[in-house]
Write a protein that binds this ligand. Structure first.
Ligand SMILES: Nc1ncnc2c1ncn2[C@@H]1O[C@H](COP(=O)(O)OP(=O)(O)OP(=O)(O)O)[C@@H](O)[C@H]1O
Ligand SMILES: [Mg+2]
Length: 695
């Protein structure tokens, strides 16, 4: 008898569950996606013990009839895909037909569902993959899936679950993400003790950001929108003999980007505040993370990360979502096009907006002020995940970068959690049914009365009507004015740096900072970093057209190097030459610098060379690849600029101050120096009036 056997379904499902379900948050993800695919407008998620004991998701989507309700738990049973060709253009979040059977094989599941058409609904109970009961039940349209005792039959898995608060934080992160991607839908997340998140429908993403993260975060974000008509479709055209001549030529479609990005002053220690959605699917993607980092290169320090919410829309054929069991990774069919589109759109938006930093924001902006979107004061709240360590840089250690990205919990998002108040609300006994929104309202009111979370605006009256594609009136009234103000303030602040050229310098503060007035307020400009930014952009421009101005030194400057430094020098010598250096070996350990870029000499020249060699020694590879070469070029330009720029404690006459401001206004990033420090701070007229109690 042979030794090979086909595994029973139950075992196969548990194996699949290993890939799809690894913690309560992944169950929530699958069920949320099912609810969204079913066209739900209201989704309520309830969890007990961080989801270990119970996860219950109620939606008002299309529901299932009795046959479908049973079939849904079969492996590879799906309503979303029929042929292999459908795989090439998936427009739903799910498509594998694996989630429900996988979840049902490792938990006790109760499904209650009804289509609303036939009157009756269906109730199915399954435990460890075995159907226990199937009954008819009178239910309103929609679906409730309760998943209890996760991993009750796989103790090894159970052991890997973390503390309840950690699991709850992961669930919260997930629900928050989906709430961000679908502002027009109503999301509620309840734990056994409190309302963790309540997001009634709103019209715009900005309002959703305001609902979830509050006014301060919204005020530090700027909107971005761009689109690119695709030149060709990502999928290859069929060969001419297979092509139906009657078929119209395929329209390659449009690539669209919308979202929000942070001003340079808002910096995070890790990538956890970068959220990427492709066709409303939450994903983590190395390519796009890299594009975002590139957009911020030399605007924020290389060790800091921005806050970015990016929504990419593209024809479904342009992205292969079938590359990861949990569907959190995707593959773009036109990778570099999408990478460059994201990088350039963000970069252009940054250049155009020229966001300026206010005094208070700048004080808070040191990277590390808060590791993710969570305000610092809230970081000790139960359920807040620990800050993840910063990821290695792609250019310094590609291998480590790759693994770290794979491991990184890019979905770690820490929304403001309302402060929990002791007391337990029961939601075990009286189960709320999908259409029972009056019940939900009562529950919501009870919860609201108990908790009154400061950071969450009161939930609007959403009981009227079940279609919530339009914002509910209560939510509108409660939300819009403040969200609007935050947006308007952000937009006003964003325009400020465009007026740099028309500022009137008043003088210097300690011969280090230029004081200037404009219509919008009082400005303080750091003379060193302002000049540094001007020089940096000029050097990069000149280098591009091979026009870097060099000066011949009266006496060659002799620089001693260690053997390891000599190796690094040999690697970057050619690029240095393009930047105005003329350097020759002068014995085994010494270099003779005969010419240097204009403005750089003596001790500053020596320090600059030492700095570039030191920074470049971290690169292990030859700078052959385009990317490394760009990094080296910007590094050299930043270093020359820094050492050649006007120092602090240097008196400047009015003409030089004028020149500095005018030149600064012409740069593409007058906001921050190439190392990410702010250049100009404004004390706005409004702030001044407020400080003097005039308004
Ligand atoms: N909340 C829901 N409302 C209506 N139908 C649902 C719901 N959840 C699941 N279904 C139905 O059950 C089927 C199986 O769900 P399941 O999540 O297992 O697979 P899928 O969503 O098709 O694919 P994937 O495994 O990629 O999630 C779905 O195709 C859908 O028809
Ligand atoms: Mg699914």
């Amino acid at each position: 008898m042979g030794r090979i056997r086909v595994l029973p379904d139950q075992v196969a499902n548990q194996i699949a569950a290993g890939e799809v379900v690894d913690r309560p948050a992944s169950v929530v993800k699958e069920l949320l996606e099912n609810a969204l695919d079913a066209g739900a407008n209201r989704i309520r998620v309830e969890v007990e013990a961080g989801g270990r004991k119970l996860i219950r998701i109620t939606d008002d989507g299309q529901g299932m009839n009795r046959d479908d309700a049973l079939l849904a738990f079969e492996r590879h049973a799906t309503s979303k895909l029929r042929t292999v060709d459908d795989l090439l253009s998936i427009a739903t979040l799910g498509f594998r037909g694996e989630a429900l059977p996988s979840i049902a094989s490792v938990a006790r599941v109760t499904l209650e569902t009804a289509t609303g058409e036939e009157g009756a609904g269906t109730r199915v109970e399954i435990a460890g993959g075995k159907i226990l009961h199937v009954d008819d039940a009178a239910l309103p349209r929609g679906t409730t899936l309760a998943v209890a005792d996760l991993f009750f039959n796989t103790p090894a898995r159970r052991k890997f679950l973390r503390a309840e608060s950690t699991e709850l934080a992961h669930v919260t992160a997930l629900v928050t993400h989906y709430a961000l991607a679908h502002p027009e839908k109503h999301f509620v997340l309840l734990s056994a003790t409190h309302t963790v998140l309540s997001a009634p429908p709103v019209a715009r993403t900005a309002e959703r950001i305001y609902q979830i993260f509050g006014k301060d975060t919204l005020a530090q974000l700027l909107p971005v929108a761009a689109e690119l008509p695709l030149q060709r479709a990502g999928l290859p055209e069929p060969p001419p003999w297979k092509k139906d001549p009657a078929e119209p030529a395929r329209n390659p479609g449009i690539l669209r980007l919308t979202g929000f990005y942070s001003k340079p002053e808002l910096q995070k220690l890790n990538r956890n505040s970068i959220y990427i959605f492709v066709n409303k699917r939450l994903i983590r993607d190395r390519l796009l993370l890299h594009a975002i980092t590139e957009a911020y290169r030399n605007v924020i320090p290389p060790t800091s990360f921005p806050v970015v919410l990016l929504f990419l829309e593209m024809p479904p054929e342009e992205v292969d979502v079938n590359v990861h069991p949990a569907k959190t990774e995707v593959r773009f069919r036109q990778q570099s096009l999408i990478h460059d589109f994201v990088r350039d759109s963000l970069r252009t938006a940054l250049i155009k907006a020229r966001p300026s930093a206010g005094f208070l924001a700048a004080l808070d902006s040191a990277p590390g002020a808060s590791p993710s979107l969570m305000p610092p004061a809230a970081s000790h709240l139960p359920g807040s995940p620990d800050a993840a360590p910063p990821l290695p840089q792609p250019d310094s250690d590609p291998a480590a970068f790759q693994t770290a990205c794979a491991d990184a919990e890019a979905f770690e998002l820490t929304p403001r959690l309302p402060t929990p108040v002791p007391g337990k609300l029961s939601f075990g006994a009286e189960s709320l049914h999908p259409g029972d929104w009056d019940g939900a309202k009562a529950w919501g009111e009870a919860a609201a009365a108990l908790f009154q979370p400061a950071s969450l605006p009161p939930a609007g009256d959403c009981s009227a009507g079940s279609s919530s594609a339009t914002p509910c009136p209560g939510a509108e009234a409660a939300l819009n004015p403040a969200a609007e103000t935050a947006l308007v303030e952000a937009e006003q602040a964003a325009a400020n740096l465009n007026h740099l050229g028309s500022l009137r310098p008043l003088g210097q503060l300690r011969e280090s900072f230029i004081l200037a007035t404009g219509d919008d307020g009082l400005w303080i400009i750091d003379q060193h970093v302002a000049h540094e930014r001007i020089l940096f952009e000029k050097i990069l421009r000149d280098r591009q057209v091979e026009k870097v101005q060099r000066q011949r030194l009266l006496m060659p400057l002799l620089v001693e190097l260690k053997p390891s430094q000599m190796v690094v020098f040999a690697r970057i010598a050619e690029e240095l030459e393009h930047n105005g250096f003329e350097v020759e070996p002068f014995g085994p350990h010494t270099l003779a610098v005969k010419a240097s870029p204009v403005g750089l000499e003596g001790a500053a020249l020596e320090r600059m060379l030492a700095e570039v060699i030191e920074q470049s020694s971290a690169d292990s590879d030859e700078p052959t690849q385009n990317h490394d070469l760009t990094a080296l070029r910007t590094r050299i330009a930043a270093s020359i600029a820094c050492h050649a720029a006007i120092k602090v404690n240097t008196p400047l006459d009015p003409a030089r101050m004028d020149w500095l401001l005018l030149e600064l206004a012409k740069t593409s990033h007058p906001t921050s120096c190439p190392h990410g420090r702010p250049i100009a701070l404004m004390y706005s007229w409004k702030e001044i009036q407020r400080a003097f109690h005039r308004i």
